[in-house]
Design a protein around this ligand. Structure first.
Ligand code: SF4
Length: 207
């Protein structure tokens, strides 16, 4: 099948990491990966972003062709309590990152480190960040850590299970799925089979 432009969005994902390594301030671009899926779900009421435009999902799919064990993900990963629990945990950690940004805005010193998996502090002293306000730099460090943490989890689950197993519990996927199910429920007056099909996680569609 002929490739479309959006089949190459995985390059954007790689570019994001490369730019962030050159200068952490490029981490701000990651906000696009947060806002676009939500806008697509809110306006379109579907999972078009996940199914078509997500560079991360594409990259995991591509890498998984060579590196994945291709084993089905464990049942608990797919369960509602785990997916919504992980989303809640992720949002709490995101809130703490925003709090750290606010503290720097209020006068606390800038911490030049990227936190991986919420625990490991990677020193990042080569970053040239004095061209912006310290709080903007702090947000960039925090956000790059959030993106890196989710990528590491995505790669781990890609190797251990199916290529796009991350999509089963990806917080963005859970949020967009919730939004589009709510929207379709409203339109249909109930969430029938078609709604679930349109709203399902990428992993559900066998990718
Ligand atoms: S579930 Fe997450 S990683 Fe997967 S396609 Fe959707 S936004 Fe991308």
């Amino acid at each position: 099948m002929k490739k479309k432009w959006y089949d190459y969005l995985w390059i954007g994902e790689l570019l994001y990491w490369a730019l962030g390594l050159c200068n952490i301030l490029f981490a701000w671009l990651g906000m696009l990966f947060f806002t676009i899926p939500l806008l697509v779900a809110l306006i379109g009421g579907n999972k078009a972003y996940c199914n078509r435009y997500c560079g991360r999902g594409q990259l995991l799919g591509l890498l998984g062709k060579k590196l994945s064990r291709n084993a089905p993900p464990p049942k608990f990963l797919r369960s509602r309590w785990f997916r919504y629990g992980f989303l809640a945990f992720f949002m709490v950690m995101f809130g703490l990152m925003l709090r750290g940004t606010y503290m720097v805005f209020a006068g606390a010193p800038l911490r030049q480190a990227v936190t991986l998996l919420w625990v490991f502090k990677l020193p990042w002293h080569w970053a040239k960040v004095d061209i912006v306000a310290p709080w903007m730099a702090q947000f960039a460090f925090g956000f790059y850590g959030v993106m890196m943490t989710s990528t590491v989890l995505g790669l781990l689950t890609m190797v251990l299970f199916r290529p796009r197993s991350w999509c089963v519990y990806c917080p963005m996927g859970t949020m967009t799925q919730g939004i589009c199910m709510l929207k379709q429920k409203k339109e249909d007056g109930g969430c029938g089979g078609e709604s679930r099909e349109n709203c399902g996680a990428a992993e559900d569609s066998g990718q």
